[in-house]
Design a protein around this ligand. Structure first.
Ligand code: DAH
Length: 340
């Protein structure tokens, strides 16, 4: 009987080595240690033995049983570990694989592209950004900028008034006053923002559009500094071959004032229908800041000089991309944006 016990032990160990899955293992468990298993059957027949032999064999049989139970446990945890490893491996996702679904990518609005190009060119010249409110005081939008009440130039811009003193800003120029009153000169700021005017929307008008204002305050500024600054950003947006020029004009907040023209982006300056044969296209206003504005904002015009410019980002975007209707910039039509 002892021999039989050892044989069972040998046999169980041998079969354990061949076990590959949990179900193999539980089958094996049943056939050796189960209620009708080989080992259990032997234990059952022991009652027929003489007490002395029974004790000896019983001890032996229990040892075999315990030994096998431990081996089974060991193999079970090895199988479980392997299964877990297989599961983790199967679940691993290679995040570098290309996707199976073609997700259409969004695009920056041409306004954002142009805004960033101008801003970055100016930041390269030492400018920082500055912002002000869209709902503004009449005082900042007009009066401080040398446009007192009843000044005829107030009619240059049709204004959405909220009440006598408060309006939707008609340009980013009121932020010039805010900058002059809060920043310590010398400074250079670029001021982006939405502006509002009473206008019927059509191909070249929108009641809301985007401007960028530049303001430089220092002690010894000249028109050459203004011209160089403007030429730098014109070239950053339109390319190195595009020329810029200043043409005398009038703005209440600058003296002298000028319009900036760039060489026609369509014909390169030869003259075509887009530039009405002149070879030039107007893009913005600028000038040496009027000493009245500097004084109105609390600085000494004998000590500080400034120059400024205000550019319509919409207009620049339309010129750069050959867009013939400003409304397209605001409608967010993906078919339009996809073409750019
Ligand atoms: N604020 C003017 C406008 O909206 C544009 C402008 C012209 C701004 C000349 C300036 C400037 O700073 O110097 O039409």
């Amino acid at each position: 009987m002892l021999e039989e016990l050892l044989k069972i032990r040998e046999e169980a160990l041998k079969r354990l080595e061949e076990v590959e899955s949990e179900s193999d293992l539980s089958e094996l468990n049943v056939s050796f240690l189960g209620r009708n298993g080989a080992l259990t059957s032997i234990l059952r027949t022991m009652s027929k033995l003489a007490p002395e032999e029974r004790a000896k064999l019983g001890k032996e049989a229990n040892e075999v049983k315990q030994f096998l139970a431990e081996r089974f446990d060991f193999v079970r945890s090895a199988i479980e570990k392997k299964a877990e490893e297989r599961r983790i491996k199967a679940e691993t996702v290679d995040v570098t694989l290309p996707g199976t679904v073609d997700i259409p990518m969004g695009k920056l609005s041409p306004l954002t592209v142009v805004y960033r190009q101008i801003r970055d060119a100016l930041i390269g010249l030492g400018f920082t950004t500055f912002e002000g409110p869209e709902i503004e005081y009449d005082d900042y939008n007009f009066t401080k900028l040398n446009l007192p009440l009843n000044h005829p130039a107030r009619d240059m811009q049709d204004t959405f008034y909220i009440n006598d003193k408060v309006l939707l800003r008609t340009h980013t120029s009121p932020c010039e006053a805010r900058a002059l009153m809060t920043l310590k000169p010398p400074f250079r700021v670029v001021i982006p923002g939405r502006v509002f005017r009473v206008d019927e929307p059509d191909a070249s008008h929108s009641p809301v559009f985007m401007q960028m204002e530049g303001l430089v305050v220092d002690r010894n500024l000249t028109i050459a500094d203004l011209k160089g600054t403007i030429d730098t950003f014109v070239k950053a947006v339109f390319g190195e071959n595009v020329k810029s020029r200043l043409r005398p004009s009038y703005f209440p907040f600058t003296e002298p004032s000028a319009e900036v023209d760039i060489s026609c982006t369509i014909c390169g300056g030869k003259g075509c229908s887009s530039c009405k044969g002149t070879g030039w296209m107007e893009i913005m206003g600028c000038g040496i800041t009027n000493p009245h504005e500097i004084e109105n904002c609390g600085l000494d015009p004998n000590e500080w000089r400034a120059f400024a410019f205000g550019v319509g980002v919409d207009r620049v975007a339309c010129l750069k991309y050959g867009i013939n209707d400003i409304r397209l910039l605001y409608e967010g039509d993906a078919r339009f944006l996809r073409q750019l």
